[in-house]
Design a protein around this ligand. Structure first.
Ligand code: FAD
Length: 483
């Protein structure tokens, strides 16, 4: 009997392990372990947990349409899976274990190693598949070729039927018990991103049919992206309710309906490029998991520390978190994050450079706040992106970008649609009035908490000098790998 262990691959389509486990009408127990760790993890957000719960419910529904069901185990993941395997072994069911390689935290690797070791000791066959492209051994030179080979391979079909026998004495819990036990972790006044494979397919289709035109220029505009100018697939990738390969292939097929030089083809190309970035961040993280919490380069260890903030820093940090910095575009974005659990790329990057460079607060604090609110929080992308925006990564380049929130307001939200939506205090003011500071004496809106130019000059120089030190060391030692 085969055990299919779902983790961050909550889908039936293009699921390698499910496809293999259910092949030849083999008996399969589709299982998911509800691990208390997930609810206690300091990097989790209520938005992400609620999305996960939708996705688990949808997975259960999808499995039922195939004659199967989802078996929910509750407890520490490795222990529960080993214990179930052992029970089936003892009862003479000849178990085999299937799961897709995945990692959110470094401890996940230990979890998988523990399960694999258990299988070796008990001689239970264990087959590990891929949910998305991921090399296990560092071959960065071949990475692009292997990635493109992978995304062009045929997807795994949804099994027509999944043969799940009735086994009476499984230590399982019901969806209702799961909701009753953990539901308070994910209460949300409004759901912006429904989870589940069915929702993922709808989101992909609506993007590729209607929403994608103009993607390449709309991508930086916060109001248009909030309305759906980008795909909004990121939470689905974070829980694996759709595979990147499926989306990649559908986007490529759609692009073939347009002339190669057309704007539509260009938009879809820009979109496919970002799908590759998703996998490349996961890859970096898999190979250098320490980057989740440590500076990528030691030269930054004194400047960026995961240490308690001074009183003055705490005030700046609080204002940033609450969207009360006195910079309209930062405030609108930070309030959007709190309500929707989402921001577009440019606003994430701008809020990150504002905190790290203008406020001089370590990326550790900002990255954690993001993870505790994002619906698509993915440690691999979030923490590396924070390091990137803080000026740590890519030191071989002599420049790094510090976003100017005032300039971005004029360029990316000139009609103030985004700012007025999230910062009602500023409704009624024009861009010109805001630029001249008219609102400061009239509206209940804070004065800017920092001097943009001065902080940029002082802190920007510190970071630029540290980058130079890293660059010189790397050139000296010729260690130019993952940077
Ligand atoms: C400081 C910071 C933190 C971030 N944290 C996360 C995070 O925790 N989780 C996350 O999924 N993305 C993160 N991003 C990347 C990016 O902002 C989001 O992926 C994107 O905004 C999601 O919206 P979308 O699905 O509509 O994107 P689309 O524009 O439709 O892109 C399609 C997909 O490509 C991938 N993608 C897009 N941009 C990037 C990027 N810059 N890097 C890596 N993959 C990308 C995502 O999987 C996304 O769903 C972060 C960016 C920054 C600057």
């Amino acid at each position: 009997m085969n055990i299919m262990w779902f983790r961050r691959d909550l889908r039936l389509a293009d699921n390698e392990s499910l496809s293999r486990a259910s092949g030849n009408n083999a008996e399969v127990l589709p299982c998911l372990v509800v691990d208390p760790w997930l609810f206690e993890w300091r990097e989790i957000s209520p938005a992400r947990l609620r999305f996960w719960f939708d996705s688990v419910q949808d997975l259960e529904r999808q499995l039922r349409t195939k004659g199967s069901r989802l078996i929910l185990l509750s407890g520490q993941s490795a222990k529960e899976i080993c214990s179930l395997s052992k029970q089936l072994l003892t009862e003479g069911h000849k178990p085999q274990l299937f799961f897709n390689r995945d990692m959110q935290e470094e401890s996940d690797r230990q979890r998988d190693a523990q399960v694999i070791q258990f299988c070796q000791e008990t001689k239970i066959p264990c087959k590990v598949g891929l949910s998305n492209f991921l090399q296990t051994v560092h071959r960065w030179d071949d990475w692009y070729k292997e990635y493109y080979d992978y995304v062009h391979q045929p997807v795994h079909e949804i099994p027509a039927f999944i043969n799940t026998p009735e086994i009476s004495d499984l230590p399982e819990i019901t969806i209702e018990e799961l909701a009753a036990k953990y539901g308070h972790y994910w209460s949300a006044p409004k759901v912006y991103f429904p989870g589940g494979e069915s929702a993922a397919t709808e989101v992909m289709q609506s993007f590729l049919v209607d929403r994608f035109p103009g993607y390449h220029w709309k991508i930086s505009r916060p109001w248009l992206t909030q309305q759906g100018a980008t795909s909004h697939l990121s939470p689905h990738f974070a829980w694996g309710t759709i595979s990147i390969r499926t989306v990649y292939q559908q986007a490529e097929t759609r692009a073939k309906q347009f002339a190669p030089e057309s704007k539509q083809a260009f938009s879809l190309k820009a979109f496919r490029l970002r799908l590759r970035w998703q996998c490349s961040f996961t890859q970096r993280f898999y190979l250098t998991p320490e980057i989740a919490y440590q500076n990528r380069f030691r030269e930054f260890n004194e400047w960026y520390q995961d240490a308690p903030l001074s009183e003055e820093q705490q005030q700046l940090f609080q204002a940033w978190q609450d969207g009360e910095t006195g910079f309209p575009l930062i405030d609108a974005s930070m309030r959007q994050l709190k309500s929707m659990g989402w921001m577009n790329f440019r606003m994430r990057a701008m809020c990150a450079t504002f905190l790290t460079i203008n406020c001089g607060i370590s990326w550790h604090h900002g990255a954690l706040h993001f993870m505790q609110h994002l619906v698509d929080g993915d440690l691999a992308i979030d923490h590396w992106q924070w390091q990137m925006q803080a000026g740590i990564t890519n030191p071989l380049s002599e420049t790094f970008r510090i976003y100017n929130p005032a300039k971005n307001l004029a360029e990316k939200d000139p009609e103030l649609e985004f700012v007025r939506f999230w910062v009602p205090e500023l409704r009624g003011y024009s861009l010109e009035e805001i630029t001249q500071g008219v609102h400061l004496s009239e509206a209940f809106y804070p004065e800017p908490i920092v001097d943009l130019q001065q902080t940029r000059k002082v802190n920007g120089k510190v970071v630029a000098d540290l980058r130079k030190q890293v660059r010189e060391r790397l050139e000296r030692t010729k260690d130019l790998s993952i940077s």
